[in-house]
Write a protein of this length. Structure first.
Length: 557
C-alpha cells in the first residue's frame, strides 16, 4: 500500500488526498500547468511554499526589479483574450506589475481553489508497485499522485554566501531574492551592496537615490546594456497586438532566444569597422538584450568577433563614468560578453558619478569579514548600517536538490546528479518515472525568454499525459541511453561556444563545490521545440511507457 492513508475498497486501492498530478510551485510554470491539466479533466493540486502566487515575482521585491525581456513578449501567449486585455504600462514592467499580472491570471482562470499556499514540499518518493509518488509536505502530510511536475523554478533558491561574521552584523541584512514584503527605506543610511549581477545592477541606482552613502562591493564587473525603459501607450501596444500571432510564432519557431526581432545572419567581420560600430550604436540606442542577439551570428562562438562587441561596451562605460579609476573597474574583462547573463539597466553606470557612492574591488582586495557595524576587506574597513546581498541563486538545480526525491530502487536525485544534472530533454530523468521538470537543466530554459520555454514544456507535458491516458498507460520513464545521448549533445553544443570560458551560474561556478557543467541547452528554443515535437510524433521516442503493476488508485474525497 502506497501511503498510510490508503484503504482497501472492492479490491482496488483508494487513497485519501490522491491526485492525478501534483505540481510543485505556483510561478508562471505552475500556474499554466494547472490550467492545462485541469482542461484535460485531471485532478490536480499545486503546492507553493510562498504565501502568494507569482514565483520569481513574489520573492524578488527589491527596488528596481523588473523584467529584461520586453513586457509585450514576457507574458503568456496561451490565451488570446488574456494577451488582448492586459495592458502593460512600461516597456519593461516592474516587479509589482508582473506580480499583479500573475495574480490576475490566477483569478481570471479561477486557479486558486487548486493551489495550496504556504506549503513546502520536502520529499517525493516513487512507489514502484503503485506507479505513483508519495509526496511529503512541510506540515507532515503525505499526498499521493500518479505524476509530479516540478515547477520549482531555475532562480528560486537565493544563495547567501558563507562570509565570516555575517550573522553578527547588527543592522538589517537583505537578500534581493528574498526581499521583505514591508517597504524598506534606506534614507540616511550607510548601505553596502555585495554583488553586481542583474539584481545588483538593478538595485544599486535605486538605493543610491535614498542612502546617505552606498558602497558597492564588486567581485566581477558585468556587461550591461541600457534598458531605455519608457511608458507604453495604446499607440505602442496596438500595432504589436495587431501582429501578435506572427510575433508569438516567431518567438516559438524561428528564434533562438524566444525573442521577437531581427535575427543576426552576418558574422562580425563581414562588416567593416564603421558599419559594425554603427550597428552597435543603433542597438545601444535602442536598448535591451537584443544588443547581442540581433547584431552578429558569431558573437558567441568567435572570440575576436565577441571582442568587437565587448570593446564597444567597455568604451561606453569609460565615456559614461567620470572617475577614471572607477570607470576602469566597471569595465568587464574576465569573460566574453554574453557568456554571463547580460544585464539590462536603468542608470547603473551614471549612478557611479554621484557623490554618495563608492565602488570597492573585492577581487583585488577580498572581503575578510563582516563586522557588527560594517565590513572589512584585506586593506580597509567600511562602516555600514544595512547590508544588501545581491549574491544570486543556486541556479537550475538548487530548488530540486532541496527536496528529497527518491526514484526507482531508492536512488536519490542528489546522488544521481552528484557529478552534474543529467536528464532527457531537460524534461525527465531516467530512473525517476512520472516526474517532470519544467525548464530543467538540459533545456533552453534560462538562455531564453522563459515564458516561451515554460509554455512549450507545459504543453508538451500536458500532451504527453493525454497521450498516455488515451492508451491506458500509467508510467513513463526516460530511457537511460536516450538520456546519455542527450547529455552528450548538450555538452557538445556548449563546448562549441565561448560560454564555458565564464565562471557563470550557468556552469554552477557561483556555488563552491558544485560540479562545473554547463546546464542549459544552447541550441535555441526553435531547434529544441522541433526536437521535442519529433520525439512526441514518434510515439515518445526515448521514453518507455507502461501500465502500472498495481491496480489504479481510486481517489476519494
Ligand atoms: P519561479 O517563478 O521561480 O517559481 C517557482 C516557485 O516554486 C516559487 O514560487 C517557489 O517558492 C516554489 N517552490 C520551489 N521549491 C518548492 C518546494 N519544495 N515546495 C513548494 N514550492 C516550491 N526571465 C525572463 O525570461 N525574462 C526576464 O526578464 C526575467 N527576469 C527575472 C528577474 C529576476 C529578478 C529573476 C530572479 C529571474 C528573472 N527571470 C526572467 C527568470 C524567471 O525566473 C522566469 O522568467 C520565470 O518567472 C520562472 O517561472 P517559474 O514558474 O518556472 O519559476
Ligand atoms: P548573479 O548574476 O549570480 O550575480 C551575483 C553577484 O554576486 C555576482 O556579482 C557575484 O560575483 C556576486 N557574489 C556572489 N557570491 C559572492 C561572494 N561570496 N562574495 C562577493 N560577491 C559575490 O545573481 P543575480 O544578479 O541575482 O542574477 C541571477 C539571474 O537572475 C540573472 O542572471 C538573470 O537571469 C535573472 N535576473 C534577471 C533580472 C532582470 O534584469 N530581469 C534581474 C535580476 C535577476 P561573481 O560574478 O564574481 O560570482
Amino acid at each position: 500500500m502506497s501511503t498510510a492513508q490508503a484503504i482497501s475498497q472492492q479490491g482496488r486501492t483508494a487513497v485519501r488526498n490522491s491526485y492525478d498530478v501534483l505540481v510543485v510551485g505556483a510561478g508562471f510554470a505552475g500556474l499554466y500547468m494547472l490550467y492545462r491539466l485541469r482542461a484535460l479533466g485531471l485532478k490536480v493540486r499545486v503546492f507553493e511554499k510562498g504565501a502568494g502566487v507569482g514565483g520569481t515575482w513574489y520573492w524578488n521585491r527589491y527596488p528596481g526589479a523588473r523584467c529584461d525581456v520586453e513586457s509585450m513578449q514576457y507574458s503568456y501567449s496561451f490565451s488570446e483574450e488574456l494577451q488582448r486585455e492586459w495592458d502593460w504600462s512600461e516597456r519593461y514592467a516592474s516587479q509589482p506589475e508582473i506580480l499583479q499580472y500573475a495574480n490576475h491570471v490566477a483569478d481570471r482562470f479561477n486557479l486558486r481553489p487548486d493551489i495550496e499556499l504556504n506549503t513546502h514540499i520536502v520529499a517525493c518518493v516513487f512507489d514502484e508497485e503503485a506507479g505513483s509518488w508519495s509526496v511529503t509536505t512541510s506540515d507532515g502530510r503525505i499526498v499521493t499522485a500518479r505524476f509530479v511536475v516540478l515547477a520549482t523554478g531555475c532562480l528560486s533558491n537565493a544563495r547567501v554566501p558563507d562570509i565570516q561574521g555575517l550573522h553578527g552584523f547588527s543592522g538589517p541584512v537583505y537578500h534581493t531574492g528574498n526581499w521583505p514584503h514591508e517597504p524598506v527605506d534606506f534614507k540616511g543610511l550607510r548601505v553596502g551592496v555585495i554583488g553586481t549581477g542583474s539584481s545588483g545592477i538593478q538595485v544599486v541606482p535605486m538605493i543610491a537615490e535614498r542612502a546617505k552613502h552606498l558602497t558597492v562591493f564588486q567581485r566581477t564587473a558585468n556587461f550591461s546594456i541600457p534598458a531605455r525603459n519608457a511608458p507604453l501607450t495604446d499607440q505602442d501596444r496596438q500595432p504589436f497586438r495587431a501582429k501578435y500571432s506572427e510575433v508569438r510564432r516567431f518567438m516559438r519557431e524561428l528564434s533562438r532566444s524566444g525573442l521577437y526581432g531581427e535575427v543576426a545572419e552576418r558574422g562580425a567581420f563581414e562588416d567593416d569597422d564603421n558599419v559594425r560600430r554603427a550597428k552597435y550604436e543603433a542597438r545601444w540606442a535602442h536598448g535591451g538584450t537584443t544588443f547581442l542577439s540581433s547584431a552578429y551570428s558569431d558573437l558567441y562562438v568567435n572570440k575576436a568577433a565577441n571582442d568587437t562587441a565587448a570593446d564597444f561596451v567597455r568604451k561606453k562605460i569609460a565615456e559614461i563614468v567620470k572617475d577614471e579609476e572607477t570607470a576602469k573597474l566597471l569595465q568587464p574583462n574576465t569573460h566574453p560578453i554574453g557568456t554571463k547573463r547580460i544585464c539590462v539597466d536603468t542608470d547603473y553606470f551614471t549612478t557611479f558619478n554621484r557623490p554618495n557612492i563608492t565602488l570597492v574591488d573585492i577581487r583585488s582586495d577580498p572581503i575578510q569579514e563582516i563586522l557588527s557595524d560594517g565590513l572589512r576587506t584585506q586593506a580597509k574597513s567600511f562602516q555600514l548600517d544595512a547590508l544588501v546581498l545581491a549574491t544570486g541563486f543556486d541556479a537550475m538545480t538548487g530548488s530540486l536538490a532541496k527536496i528529497e526525491i527518491r526514484g526507482r530502487a531508492g536512488l536519490t536525485l542528489n546522488r544521481k546528479w552528484a557529478e552534474g544534472p543529467k536528464s532527457y530533454l531537460g524534461l525527465m530523468i531516467a530512473g525517476f518515472p512520472n516526474l517532470f521538470v519544467i525548464t530543467g537543466p538540459g533545456s533552453p530554459s534560462v538562455l531564453s525568454n522563459m515564458i516561451v520555454s515554460i509554455e512549450q514544456h507545459v504543453d508538451w507535458i500536458a500532451d504527453c499525459l493525454n497521450y498516455m491516458r488515451e492508451r491506458g498507460l500509467d508510467v513513463i520513464d526516460a530511457d537511460k541511453q536516450a538520456e546519455d545521448k542527450w547529455v552528450a549533445h548538450v555538452n557538445e553544443l556548449a563546448n562549441g561556444t565561448l560560454f564555458p570560458q565564464a565562471d557563470s551560474w550557468y556552469l554552477g561556478a557561483n556555488v563552491p563545490g558544485k560540479p562545473r557543467i554547463f546546464m542549459p541547452y544552447i541550441g535555441g528554443v526553435a531547434a529544441y521545440r522541433k526536437i521535442c515535437n519529433e520525439v512526441a510524433a514518434k510515439g515518445y521516442d526515448g521514453f518507455e511507457m507502461t501500465a502500472a503493476r498495481a491496480p489504479k488508485p481510486v481517489a476519494v474525497s
